[in-house]
Design a protein around this ligand. Structure first.
Ligand code: PLP
Length: 398
């Protein structure tokens, strides 16, 4: 870290793209411009690049290449997983039969708003609560499953608190239930915040649908992907040409697809990298809790139940947005809640679901670390934060 350099602690919002990714993408703008649908050599070399990226994703997820669909974002993948499955299932339902989805109250808006929207179309949705730790309870989930249940969509890691949800356990539970059920319950997880840290082996996890985003894994923005287990009914939401196995029409964003392929090969998930980030996060958490009075850590208490990169705090008497702006003025980038909702002054739905008061939710700060975060940056953050909080508390008189 250079003197006076800014400190980015918002890796859960987005990550800087790796130079290696940029280099791999560059030829696909001006030099290699064929349309992958063309049968001539211009087109075929581009198709080969897409195939290669799909192989790279396939290796990471332990699946077949025919099970990967590239999309324009994780939000699109979430929409596609839920709406695409429902569209296909509706065609199989008898008249009067309802579709039932179980999700949680702490999902990203891409899932939550999709479910809210579907409720207007007569779909029944159950929103599971979470405990104070921000984790769903498996018994609550079991209790909500009925013979009508079609889909369970639970995120892998919460983007505001880092709370890890029991995806593998749900996968195993559904495997058992599906043995005895007349029709299968499908399982989707939004793994956007998990990809850099946790196993994404779809066989191990027992998921049918799995969402990833390019820009959270040091890849480009505007690209995502959805894993769709072979045999999962799904209908296209964008109709037209037969790109992406006929499931997403439109000429592919080739450079971005090449980029997400390289980005995925860059996820090393090594014990060293994970241990290092956990060490930095734990230092950050200890430092904040000891140096700033009237502060609470939001999320699971047990470090093992939190993804290594996220820590969420509430500071009594401080308004989250004001804190983010003050930190920015000191050259530190952090956030309140998720980036997508940070323009709206609503208290975080995640923190509210965990039982925080509106005031506590409004006084929250999310700090998120990444592979370029250093010890020096955490030290600097810990020097700056207490002073900023003290000043804001003086101003607010609380
Ligand atoms: C858990 C989760 N899901 C989905 C998204 C949306 O990703 P994208 O920006 O690729 O649509 C985000 C981004 O903040 C996220 O954190």
């Amino acid at each position: 870290m250079k003197q006076g350099a800014r400190i980015y602690l918002d890796y859960a919002a987005t990550t800087p793209m790796d130079k290696k990714v940029l280099r791999a993408m560059e030829p696909y703008f001006c030099e290699k411009y064929g349309n992958p649908a063309s049968i001539h050599s211009w087109g075929q070399e581009i198709q080969a690049a897409i195939d290669k990226a799909r192989e790279q994703v396939t290796k990471f997820l332990n699946c077949k290449s025919s099970e990967i669909v590239f999309t324009g974002s994780a939000s699109e993948s979430d929409n596609f997983a839920i709406r695409g499955l429902l569209k296909a299932l509706k065609r199989r339902k008898r008249a009067g039969e309802k579709i039932h989805i179980i999700t949680s109250q702490i999902e990203h808006k891409a899932v939550l708003e999709t479910c809210h929207d579907l409720e207007k179309e007569n779909v029944k949705v159950t929103y599971l609560p979470v405990g104070n730790d921000g984790i769903i309870n498996l018994d609550d989930l079991k209790a909500e499953i009925t013979p009508e249940t079609d889909l369970i969509s639970i995120m892998y890691v919460n983007n505001e608190t880092g709370a890890i949800q029991p995806i593998e356990k749900i996968g195993r539970l559904l495997e058992e239930i599906n043995k005895t059920k007349e029709h299968r319950i499908f399982f989707h997880t939004d793994a956007v915040q998990a990809a850099n840290w946790l196993s994404c082996d779809v066989e191990e996890l027992g998921v049918d649908l799995f969402t990833l985003s390019g820009h959270k894994i040091y890849g480009p923005k505007g690209v995502g992907m959805l894993y769709i287990r072979q045999g999962t009914p799904i209908s296209s939401l964008i109709t037209g040409g037969d790109q992406e196995w006929g499931l997403r029409a439109g000429t592919e964003n080739v450079a971005a697809i090449v980029g997400i392929g390289i980005a995925i090969t860059g996820i090393r998930n090594t014990k060293y990298e994970i241990r290092n980030t956990i060490k930095l996060r734990d230092k950050l958490v200890r430092g904040v809790l000891t140096q700033v009075s009237k502060t609470q850590l939001n999320g699971p208490e047990k470090p093992k139940e939190r993804a290594p990169h996220i820590a969420n705090f509430s500071f009594k008497g401080v308004e989250g947005e004001g804190l983010v702006i003050s930190l920015d003025q000191k050259g530190i980038g952090a956030s309140t809640g998720s980036a997508c909702t940070s323009r709206a002054l609503k208290p975080s739905h995640v923190l509210m679901a965990m039982g925080l008061s509106e005031l506590e939710a409004h006084s929250s700060l999310r700090v998120s670390l990444g592979k370029y975060t250093t010890n020096i940056e955490i030290d600097r953050f810990l020097q700056v934060l207490p002073k900023v909080i003290e000043r804001l508390r003086k101003i607010s008189g609380r």
